[in-house]
Design a binder for this molecule. Structure first.
Ligand code: ZN
Length: 299
């Protein structure tokens, strides 16, 4: 990825490099984690297992001065490029003002949020609708590559950030509220609609970002890296990695299968079509969440 054409800088709060604090979170914490995990990069069940592994207590760290490793600059450019693309798209296609989100970088075992409680780092990157902030521990990408079979290539990391910004877009456009009605009917699986739409929005961003900044020198290769990640974080793939492949249970999915995530990120990247009409297709009541994909999408 070549970001030299990206001059914009998004809002990034670098809280890394702090000293261990030691605040503990018990009982209610498990519940909070389950509720919050709906927005995360992984299945709530997995988050809960991780939570249990930590004995139901998460360690907090005092926010630090940040780290001079260049990651903040990378994150500022990606969020800046997202702001540019979506600001224009919001004005032109939705007649709505774009509200810049803030990306929080942290490296502590857990992170306090404004409205989503304290979330353990193991839960993966997430968006908190309450404070309109994205939370990311860059060490997540090591886990992604080593344990989940994803990629930590730059474009793959950009995809993850763009996916979380996708959740911010859904918050602004009212799809979050829409999802709740579907979830009443479809249970946990209702969340798949939101997750696949976020993947699709990340793809649309990459389409428009590439036109504006030419940040992919080798789009096919870069795309493969990001698709590897999209695939590796499908719920079926994560469950298989957690040694539960024999019991992969579609009723427990809430991010969609690896195949679905691959399909929608690629579809967004190929078309860049983030019109309301297309986004509404993720909430077609006649298509069940696990049927969203090549067979039901058309063209
Ligand atoms: Zn998500």
């Amino acid at each position: 990825m070549d970001l030299s054409n990206v001059t914009e800088r998004g809002n990034v709060e670098d809280r890394r490099g702090g000293l261990p604090g030691g605040a503990a979170l018990g009982g209610i914490g498990a519940l909070v984690v389950t509720l919050i995990a709906g927005y995360l990069g992984i299945n709530p069940q997995v988050a809960n297992q991780l939570f249990q592994a930590f004995g139901g207590a998460v360690q907090q760290q005092k926010a630090g001065p940040g780290k001079p490793d260049g990651y903040k600059e990378f994150a500022e450019k990606i969020t800046g490029a997202c702001d540019e693309v979506w600001r224009e798209w919001f004005a032109r296609n939705y007649g709505q003002r774009w509200q810049e989100p803030t990306l929080v970088l942290f490296d502590s075992p857990s992170v306090p949020t404004g409205g989503c409680g304290t979330v353990p780092s193991e839960a993966g990157p997430f968006y908190c609708p309450g404070d309109k902030k994205l939370y990311l521990n860059p060490e997540f990408f090591d886990t992604l590559e080593k344990e989940l079979g994803g990629s930590k290539a730059q474009f793959s990391q950009a995809f993850v950030i763009a996916h979380e910004i996708g959740h911010h877009i859904q918050n602004l456009l009212g799809y979050n509220a829409k999802m709740r009605a579907f979830q009443e009917r479809e249970g946990e699986n209702g969340g798949i609609r939101l997750e696949l739409q976020a993947d699709y929005l990340a793809g649309c961003w990459a389409f428009h970002g590439q036109r504006r900044y030419k940040f992919l020198q080798n789009p096919d290769k870069d795309l493969q890296e990001a698709l590897k990640t999209a695939k590796s974080i499908g719920d079926d793939a994560i469950m298989r990695k957690m040694g539960r492949g024999d019991r992969v249970n579609s009723a427990k999915f809430n991010h969609g299968t690896a195949e679905q995530r691959y399909f929608f990120f690629k579809k967004g990247f190929d078309t860049g079509d983030a019109t309301r009409k297309t986004l509404d297709k993720f909430f077609d009541p006649n298509v069940r969440p696990l049927d969203l994909g090549p067979k039901t999408w058309g063209q």
